[in-house]
Design a protein around this ligand. Structure first.
Ligand code: COA
Ligand code: AMP
Length: 628
């Protein structure tokens, strides 16, 4: 079947199509109700099906005779350690840790926060929660205590799982200090904190609250999987929205499992027993879908890499991994490739390794610039596939589906919509834009299985953020355009979300922090193009008339405030003093124009601007300060 036929079938009869795809996985009870609407009139998939994701990822493969096959390869150049878990070993580890959780009274429907580095225990913890029907929420280790506290407050976890430390290149990050600060800030308190003590640093534990992971394992008994309704949430993952409060994206067991199996098979073209590697972090959606659940549900071998693309030890790290583990399909972010290219522009280190095993390189997480795509292709001599997705979708929405039909690659485009996604580019009235004209990227409802059904405890915000602007459609937050052949080009966010090194961050959240400084009268934080990370945030600050502070001191203060509240991952490193900000007559800051000026792009002066002379003033300052 051609891609065109496959995609058309999915839209012509979604129930039939996704009913067929549901047969790709093992259900305890196959759903009769493939697509329905809930009490809020929101679409839901497979409501009455029964399954367990941990069973699908582990027990099922052991039962099928795959127990001795490698399930998880852990490779940590940062700690100089490696370990391979077979399916049987991983199952046993998950069963036992599920027993630990059970001993802590964790039950189906409870939430558990996981704040851990890239170690096998993080994967084991996720699968153990899934086994019991506990809903995990993994928080990325680069977030500061305040961000963790917000998530604790919202998710209300029964238990918090962590490790004594994370390691960034050579820097040991003491996680317990972050946990302690977060729990000091949060009103809600989990009943216990379970800490995996790493060799590199042993954290002091608080008696009565903190428990040693290994000690609890010694007295635990293996716990069996709990059959769950397809609509039962598997996890919550928080992502940046356009306000300071992150959104709790909910992922349901049933739709997610089908989407994982479908995408592993058709998009990535992976067979059971093959090695698939996504070089991300379990704290991001890519890590959830394609380090943990996707490859394991498929019965493939997944790779957990605790390292960086460069300096661990060098820019050949990825190529070494591909050769050593015979990786068939590799997924990373364009930033990682740009980092390698910067260190090794001619790809000399690549020549030291035999990567003939690799069929495809997939890139996502941010816009992929043409130079990065071309460089990867020339170094690897294989198809390099840009694909587009979001935390909300949980799996690709635009892709070149290598196991259906490899379409000609057009650099700058993530190719065409994946089955189930009816993607349009529209104007502000919801009318389709003609080819090559930019508009908002929206998706006709229902979204296919696996995408968010709602936000955690906030259906109202879900409707307001995603569904209200274009009735009958989901608004992605991205802008883009199509070409005459139906290829879609995503050009970037059209809201206040920015993408720094493939990480999604909210500029309004940074603005709230900057505005809290006593010397700041008003401010705007915008994302400015940057060679390595794609975008970085820059703060533009107007001082209070009575402020008495040196620019360098203010910058230092603000950088520290953002770092302490959001985390180092915000990469907030530049602040500029300006006499005023461009505004409309009604007082709205014109951030979009500021972005255009900073990126050296053309813009048209809006008729609503209060005083257009501010734009040339701003341009001069940005040129002087080398922002432009
Ligand atoms: N825990 C604690 N701190 C973390 C962290 C973690 N898990 N991850 C990143 N940080 C810190 C970094 O140490 C750095 O701190 P610093 O400002 O003190 O140096 C800061 O957050 C910014 O990190 P990062 O953006 O990763 O920059 P970097 O300079 O350390 O590394 C790259 C540059 C290119 C190597 C790195 O950005 C990279 O690997 N990018 C690919 C990203 C990716 O795979 N994204 C996929 C998401 S799907
Ligand atoms: P996140 O939810 O963190 O995965 O970030 C999702 C956002 O990253 C999307 O809304 C896009 O803005 C951007 N993004 C992800 N993949 C791509 C891609 N292939 N091309 C362009 N932008 C992308």
């Amino acid at each position: 079947m051609t891609y065109q036929e496959f995609h058309a079938r999915s839209l012509a009869s979604p129930e039939q199509f996704w009913g067929d795809q549901a047969k790709l996985i093992h259900w305890f009870k196959f759903p009769e109700n493939i697509l329905s609407k809930d009490e809020h009139k929101l679409f839901r998939w497979y409501q009455d099906g029964m399954l367990n994701t941990s069973y699908l990822a582990l027990d099922h493969h052991v039962a099928e005779g795959r127990g001795d096959q490698a399930a998880l390869i852990y490779d940590s150049p940062i700690t100089n350690s490696k370990r391979i878990y077979t399916y049987l070993e991983l199952l046993q580890a998950v069963e036992l840790f599920a027993g630990v959780l059970k001993d802590q009274q964790v039950q189906k429907g409870d939430t558990v926060i996981i704040y851990m580095p890239m170690i096998p225990q993080a994967v084991i913890a996720m699968l153990a929660c899934a086994r019991l029907g506990a809903i995990h929420s993994v928080v990325f280790g680069g977030f500061a205590a305040h961000e963790l506290a917000i998530r604790i407050e919202d998710a209300k976890p029964k238990v918090l799982l962590t490790a004594s430390c994370g390691i960034e290149f050579t820097r040991v990050i003491d996680y317990m200090t972050i946990i302690n600060e977060a729990l000091d800030e949060a009103i809600f308190q989990p009943s216990s904190v379970i800490v995996y003590q790493r060799e590199q640093y042993q954290a002091p534990l608080k008696s009565g609250r903190d428990y040693n992971w290994e000690t609890l394992l010694q007295s635990a008994k293996p716990a069996d999987y709990v059959p769950l309704k397809a609509s039962h949430p598997l996890y919550i993952i928080y992502t940046s929205g356009t306000t300071g409060a992150p959104k709790g994206i909910v992922r349901e067991n049933g739709g997610h499992a089908v989407a994982m199996q479908f995408s592993m098979k058709y998009i990535y073209g992976i067979e059971p027993g093959e090695v698939f590697w996504a070089a991300s972090d379990v704290g991001w959606v890519v890590g959830h879908s394609y380090i943990v659940y996707g490859p394991l549900i498929m019965g493939a071998t997944t790779v957990l890499y605790e390292g960086k693309p460069i300096k661990t030890p060098d820019a050949g790290a990825f190529w070494r991994m591909i050769e050593e583990y015979q990786v068939k399909v590799f997924f990373t972010a364009p930033t990682a490739i740009r980092a390698i290219k910067k260190e090794d522009p001619e790809g000399k280190l690549k020549q030291e390794y035999d990567t003939a095993c690799l069929r495809y390189l997939f890139l996502a997480g941010e816009r992929c610039d043409v130079a990065t795509l071309e460089w990867s292709k020339s170094v690897l001599s294989i198809p390099v596939i840009d694909h587009w997705w979001q935390t909300e979708s949980g799996w690709p929405m635009l892709a070149n589906m290598v196991n259906v039909e490899l379409l000609p690659i057009k650099p700058g485009s993530a190719t065409k919509p994946v089955p189930g996604f009816d993607i349009r580019v529209v104007d502000s009235e919801g009318e389709n834009m003609p080819p090559n004209q930019e508009g908002a990227v929206v998706i006709r409802l229902p979204l296919p299985p696996g995408c968010l059904p709602t936000l955690w405890n906030d259906t109202e915000r879900f409707i307001k953020s995603y569904l209200a602007a274009y009735p009958g459609f989901y608004f992605s937050g991205d802008g883009g355009y199509t070409d005459e052949e139906g290829y879609i080009f995503i050009t970037g966010r059209i809201d206040d979300v920015i993408n720094v090194a493939g990480h999604r961050l909210s500029t309004s959240e940074m603005e709230e922090i900057v505005a809290a400084h006593p010397a700041v009268a008003e401010c705007a934080v915008i994302g400015v193009k940057e060679e390595l990370k794609g975008q970085v945030p820059v703060g533009f600050v107007v001082l209070k008339s009575n402020a008495n502070i040196y620019e360098a001191d203010l910058e230092k203060d603000l950088i520290e405030m953002v770092r302490n509240q959001i985390g180092p991952i915000a990469c907030f490193k530049k602040v500029m003093l300006v006499p005023r900000l461009p505004k409309t007559r009604s007082g709205k800051i014109l951030r979009k124009i500021m972005r255009h000026i900073a990126d050296g792009e053309k813009y048209s002066t809006p008729s609503t601007i209060e005083d257009a002379t501010v734009l040339s003033e701003l341009t001069e300052i940005m040129v002087d300060m080398k922002v432009q």
